[in-house]
Write a protein that binds this ligand. Structure first.
Ligand SMILES: C[S@@+](CC[C@H](N)C(=O)[O-])C[C@H]1O[C@@H](n2cnc3c(N)ncnc32)[C@H](O)[C@@H]1O
Length: 386
């Protein structure tokens, strides 16, 4: 065992700094060859769903990528980096800074000095609601202009940043009902610039190490071209974007369907597709529910609905309530949850639907759906959901 391995083992192994919680990070720098594409790698202890791991952050000229490494492979990974790619390691612990200069790995120069800092926060567990952190560079957020190269979220994008994190937090709670192995198929309908689509890929594939195929679909060809080019640039190989109308979309199906502010009846077509495929999870934040505005009519309610602003809000609520009932009638357990707080957007209801067929509940919801529809004299697009 040489000096480098011994030092790494002390810092990373079970009786060392990592397990005792004092390892902060290990930084690999000073490339051995110009041809190495990344200029720095940082290795941090993290805990993902209770599992202790290392997360490697590869810093390229204009992007940062991540890879999770099982705890027991951490030392091998670090050794390989120092032998093949970098000449310098800095190990930062709570109480010590260790520097290894290894132009010649067989004759390393190892120095250390006392330090005073806080140990690594194994943040995936401690701040579940903030999967993506302000201050920590994240490749797709940089690419989409949400944060700067050094990871600072731009002020004008903070609401979007919070929205993405909230969506990931809710999605995370649903992953238990998705197949636990094999390829997960996910579709984001009406993906637009695809912050959410990239976030799902980043979270599932890069942070959780799942085999995924994620598709974003949108009407806008120019946006889709931009998203495909961005995915390619980031090396997100199993993320694809297609131009098309949700209503006409044909596919073998998806385990999970997501929509974030897909306009008006686009949400209905997304729900109809999801149910047709028996998708296990649907997460849908509707918006612009205009369809029923001109249809609603009910003598007792009409005096209230003569005010446009009230009718607008009522239309939204009735539309989503009918969608919820229709999903329940199709065998889904439906929860309407607050997506983000009202101060950020008024479009803040998420329909969370998890497949869990219970015949009696389905029949009841079906009856309630028909009664509500009849009462307000409406025929919504969600009728098409069978
Ligand atoms: C308000 S944007 C939301 C974009 C993205 N989901 C987000 O939250 O950032 C709505 C998107 O839905 C797309 N869209 C609306 N109707 C659609 C349809 N029938 N088929 C596909 N995309 C649709 C629009 O082109 C637009 O990009």
């Amino acid at each position: 065992m040489n000096e480098i391995t011994r030092t790494l083992l002390t810092a990373m192994n079970s009786d060392g700094a990592a397990a005792s919680g004092s390892l902060v990070k290990i930084v690999f720098a000073d490339k051995r060859r110009k041809s190495i594409e990344y200029k720095k790698v940082t290795l941090r202890p993290v805990s993902i769903r209770g599992e202790y791991m290392y997360q490697a952050e590869f810093h390229f000229d204009n992007k940062v990528t991540h890879k999770n490494i099982p705890y027991y492979e951490g030392v091998d990974f670090a050794e390989q980096l120092i032998l093949e790619d970098f000449k310098q390691i800095n190990i930062l612990t709570e109480h010590e800074d260790i520097q290894i200069l290894a132009s010649k790995p067989e004759k390393p120069r190892i120095t250390s000095k006392p330090a005073e800092r806080k140990a690594a926060d194994l943040s995936h567990d401690r701040h579940k609601s903030y999967v993506l952190e302000d201050g920590k560079p994240c490749d797709f957020l940089i690419e989409l202009g949400v944060m700067s190269e050094d990871g600072k979220v731009f002020k004008q994008h903070y609401a979007k940043f919070r929205q993405i994190n909230r969506f990931l937090e809710i999605a995370d709670n649903c992953f238990d009902v998705l197949p636990s192995d094999g390829r997960l198929r996910i579709i984001d309908f009406g993906c637009g610039k695809s912050y959410l689509t990239f976030a799902l890929y980043y979270y599932l594939k890069l942070l959780r190490g799942r085999d995924v195929e994620i598709i974003g679909l949108d009407l806008k060809d120019d946006v889709i071209r931009f998203c495909n080019a961005t995915a390619k640039k980031l090396g997100y190989d199993d993320l694809r974007f297609l131009t098309g109308d949700i209503a006409d979309y044909e596919s073998d199906g998806a385990d999970m369907v997501a929509t974030l502010h897909a306009c008006d009846t686009a949400t209905d077509f997304a729900l109809i597709n999801a149910v047709r495929w028996n998708s296990r999870v649907i997460l849908s934040v509707p918006c612009c529910q205009h369809e029923l505005f001109s249809q609603i009519h009910e003598p007792v309610n009409d005096p209230m609905l003569k005010h446009g602003i009230i009718k607008d809000k009522f239309t939204e609520l009735l539309t989503d309530a009918l969608r919820g009932l229709k999903l329940e009638a199709a065998g889904y357990d439906v929860k309407m949850i607050e997506f983000t707080s009202l101060e950020h957007t008024s479009k803040n209801i998420m329909i969370k639907a998890v497949l869990d067929p219970k015949p009696a509940a389905m029949k009841k919801a079906s009856r309630e759906y028909e009664a509500l529809k009849e009462f307000y004299h409406v025929s919504p697009t969600i009728d098409g959901l069978v």
